[in-house]
Write a protein that binds this ligand. Structure first.
Ligand code: PGA
Length: 302
């Protein structure tokens, strides 16, 4: 069967009006043009759709069946049109986002504020380390990613929206607390509790000490910022974490930020997606919201 959408529209109009003349008027066509279209459909189907008795037009059984399908196809199309229109207007749809485990200390606050302005938008958030984020970017299965330094080997769009200082933390009774002029070499001898392989924070710390010619000697791995903070509080060693992971620990004097030479390690947060990707209207709205409000929202919650 080979029928065009235009022919279905003609068929629907003739069947609804039971008149070639009225259908022609409605569609701004001539009456012979309408008859020709119907004839072509009948030829393609191999069955007549209408019969004319006297001056009256009747639907055949095949005509009735086709009329039902025509209406349902038109209805589906108009639904599709509606959904697409809504997508254009950021009223409906989904924001799929993946954020670094470290960024998850501020990302939910930003998402909550964004959601207040776009209440009908569904949000799908994945929290993973840098390694997981690179996989998301490779598969291109999220709208946007929030991460530290974007991987240089990939073709990406990346916009920086906030600083991400990594600070040195210790328990309040650590021997380095209140010491002045702590050098990188002094630190090298300490035990450090650092994130798992695949973490962006870990990579940045390793790079920092390597570049200073003082790679860390003793490290203990932990797979979350929370675990690191607990271990540092318990006196297991020093930690280096993003300032964003510190909530009430400083106020409650459970942890202390130590001023050592060249600290904090300065990093930034980026919103990242594949070059050439066409962001949905919702993703675009979120990106603009983040670029405009992230710093102020973070200050409010800090
Ligand atoms: P992570 O994230 O340490 O939680 O992997 C930080 C980053 O992407 O650099």
């Amino acid at each position: 069967m080979h029928i065009t959408f235009r022919q279905l529209t003609v068929l629907e109009a003739v069947a609804r009006n039971l008149s070639y003349t009225k259908a022609a008027e409605e569609l701004h066509l001539t009456q012979p043009a309408v008859s020709m279209q119907i004839k072509q459909i009948e030829e393609s189907l191999g069955l007549p759709l209408f019969e004319q008795i006297g001056k009256k037009v009747f639907l055949t059984e095949a005509g009735n069946e086709m009329y039902t399908y025509c209406r349902s196809i038109q209805q589906q199309l108009s639904e599709a049109e509606h959904v697409i229109e809504n997508l254009k207007g950021v009223k409906q749809g989904k924001l799929t986002i993946a954020v670094a485990s470290t960024a998850n200390y501020f990302a939910p606050k930003i998402l909550a504020a964004f959601n207040k302005e776009h209440e009908t938008v569904k949000i799908d958030l994945d929290v993973t380390n840098r390694h997981g984020l690179v996989e998301h970017l490779q598969k291109n299965d999220t709208d946007v990613v929030i991460m530290g330094r974007p991987p240089a080997e990939m073709d990406l769009e990346a916009e920086q929206f906030m600083q991400n200082p990594l600070v040195l933390i210790a328990s309040p009774d650590h021997h380095l607390v209140n010491k002045q002029n702590i050098s990188i070499q002094d630190l090298q001898k300490e035990t450090f509790i650092i994130r798992e392989e695949g973490s962006g924070t870990r990579t940045a710390i390793e790079k920092f000490f390597r570049e200073k010619g003082a790679p860390l000697e003793t490290t203990i791995n932990m797979s979350s910022n929370e675990a690191i903070k607990q271990a540092v509080q318990a006196g297991l060693g020093l930690g280096i974490v993003s300032i964003h992971t510190l909530e009430l620990e400083l106020e409650l004097n459970r942890l202390v930020v130590i001023n050592a030479d060249e600290f904090p390690i300065l990093r930034n947060w980026y919103i990242v997606y594949r070059k050439g990707k066409r962001l949905s209207p919702i993703a675009l709205a979120f990106k603009n919201f983040l670029l405009n409000h992230a710093r102020e929202l973070w200050k409010l919650s800090a």
